[in-house]
Design a protein. Structure first.
Length: 348
C-alpha cells in the first residue's frame, strides 16, 4: 500500500480537481456536511476516486479501516497505517472525519471473539480499546460512531459480546470513556432501520432520552439510511428525526445508499433520484441534522452488490464516476431553499 507521502505526492501532480465546484460547495451555504464512506485501498490506487472525493465532499468516514479487526488484528499491536492515510487526506482537503466505529458486534478480531475472556477482562479490553483509539485520533476525528447497531428489529438490545459481558450499561460506559478520551469529539450512537417510526426507532429514542436524563455524554444519533427503491421510503422520517433533536441531540444521516434490483433502468434511476432528494430534503428541514454521508459515492465501489444478490447501483455516481440523477437531486436540494439556521456544531 502506498504511504501517505506517496498519496500526497500523487495529488501534487495536478489531480486535485479542487477548484471545480462540488456538493461540498453547495452544502456550505446550507450548513450541513456532505460526506462519504471511503475505502482506503481505492483511495491509494485510483486517481479518479481521489479527485471526485476531494471535489465533492467535506466529510469522510472510513468504510472499514477504523474497525477493531483492522486496527488491532494482533492483540497489543495497533495498526493505524490505513486510517491515518485517510485522516491525513481529509486534513489536506479540509474535510472532517467521522470515526467508525468503536463498539460493535461485528468485524472484531479473532483474538477477542475466541479469547475466552471473563466479563471483567472484556470490560477492561473495551475500555482500553476506546481510550487507545480515541487518543490516537484526538483532535483529528471530529465525530465518532461510538456504539454501532445496538438494537434488534423489535427494539430489544442485540445479543453481543458486550451486552453479555457488561449488560445494557455497556452503552453508557462506552460513551463515558469516549468522552474522557477526547472531550471535544462528538459522540454518536448509530443504527439502521430507524429512519422511520417503528419499534426499533422507538427503542433508540427511549435509550438516548434515558442517557440524556442521566447526564451520559451523547451528542447525536446516526441514521444509517440504507434504503432500496423496492421497500418504500421510511414513514414519517422528518417527524422521527425531529423528536430526537427535540431532546437536544443532533442527528446525522450516516450511511445513505439507495439500492435497486438490477438491471438498471431509467425508471429505477428516477425513483432512486426521488429517494436521494427526499433524504437530503428531510435532513435540511430538520434543524440539528448536521451531516449527510453516503456509504460510498460510486457504483464501482459499493458494498451492496456483494451483499445483496441481484441488487446494486446504490450510489450517486455510476461505475465510470459519471453523476447519476441521484447526484443532481442532492445538488438541487442543497441549492433550493435558503435560510437554514446556522450551526456551530463543527466549529467547536
Ligand atoms: O461497507 C462495509 C463492508 O465493506 C464490510 O464488508 C461490512 C462488514 O460488516 O461492513 C460494511 O459497512 C457497514 C457499516 O460498517 C455499518 N453499517 C452497515 C454497513 C453496511 O453493511
Amino acid at each position: 500500500m502506498a504511504s501517505p507521502t506517496t498519496i500526497a505526492a500523487m495529488e501534487n501532480k495536478g489531480v486535485k480537481g479542487k477548484h471545480d465546484s462540488g456538493l461540498r460547495d453547495y452544502a456550505k451555504r446550507r450548513v450541513v456536511k456532505v460526506g462519504t464512506a471511503v475505502d482506503v485501498n481505492v483511495l491509494t490506487n485510483e486517481q479518479q476516486y481521489r479527485k471526485v472525493l476531494a471535489r465533492e465532499f467535506n466529510s469522510v468516514t472510513p468504510e472499514n479501516e477504523m474497525k477493531w479487526e483492522a486496527i488491532e488484528p494482533t492483540r497489543g499491536q495497533l495498526n493505524f497505517t490505513a486510517s491515518d492515510q485517510l485522516v491525513n487526506f481529509a486534513r489536506r482537503h479540509g474535510q472532517v472525519v467521522r470515526g467508525h466505529t468503536l463498539v460493535w458486534h461485528n468485524q472484531l478480531p479473532q483474538w477477542l471473539t475466541g479469547g475466552n475472556f471473563t466479563n471483567e477482562e472484556l470490560e477492561q479490553i473495551l475500555h482500553k480499546h476506546i481510550i487507545d483509539v480515541m487518543k490516537h485520533f484526538k483532535g483529528r476525528v471530529q465525530a465518532w460512531d461510538v456504539v454501532n447497531e445496538p438494537f434488534n428489529e423489535d427494539g430489544t438490545l442485540r445479543d453481543s459480546i458486550w451486552l453479555r459481558a457488561m449488560g445494557p450499561d455497556y452503552i453508557a460506559k462506552s460513551l463515558q470513556w469516549a468522552h474522557e478520551a477526547d472531550p471535544h469529539a462528538k459522540l454518536y450512537i448509530n443504527d439502521y432501520n430507524i429512519e422511520g417510526t417503528g419499534p426499533k426507532s422507538d427503542a433508540m429514542y427511549k435509550l438516548v432520552k434515558d442517557l440524556k436524563e442521566r447526564g451520559v455524554p451523547i451528542d447525536g444519533v446516526g441514521f444509517q439510511s440504507h434504503l432500496g427503491i423496492q421497500y418504500g421510503f421510511p414513514e414519517n422520517m422528518q417527524q422521527n428525526l425531529q423528536r430526537f433533536t427535540d431532546l437536544g441531540l443532533k442527528v446525522s444521516l450516516t450511511e445513505v445508499d439507495v439500492r435497486m434490483p438490477l438491471p438498471v433502468t431509467d425508471e429505477k434511476l428516477a425513483e432512486q433520484k426521488d429517494y436521494f432528494g427526499r433524504l437530503m430534503d428531510t435532513c435540511l428541514r430538520v434543524k440539528g441534522c448536521e451531516s449527510f454521508t453516503v456509504w460510498g459515492f460510486t457504483d464501482a465501489h459499493s458494498w451492496v452488490p456483494g451483499w445483496f444478490t441481484g441488487q446494486g447501483a446504490a450510489t450517486p455516481f455510476d461505475e465510470s464516476y459519471r453523476p447519476k440523477p441521484a447526484y443532481f437531486a442532492l445538488r438541487d436540494e442543497l441549492t433550493k431553499r435558503a435560510g437554514r439556521p446556522s450551526s456551530e456544531f463543527w466549529d467547536k
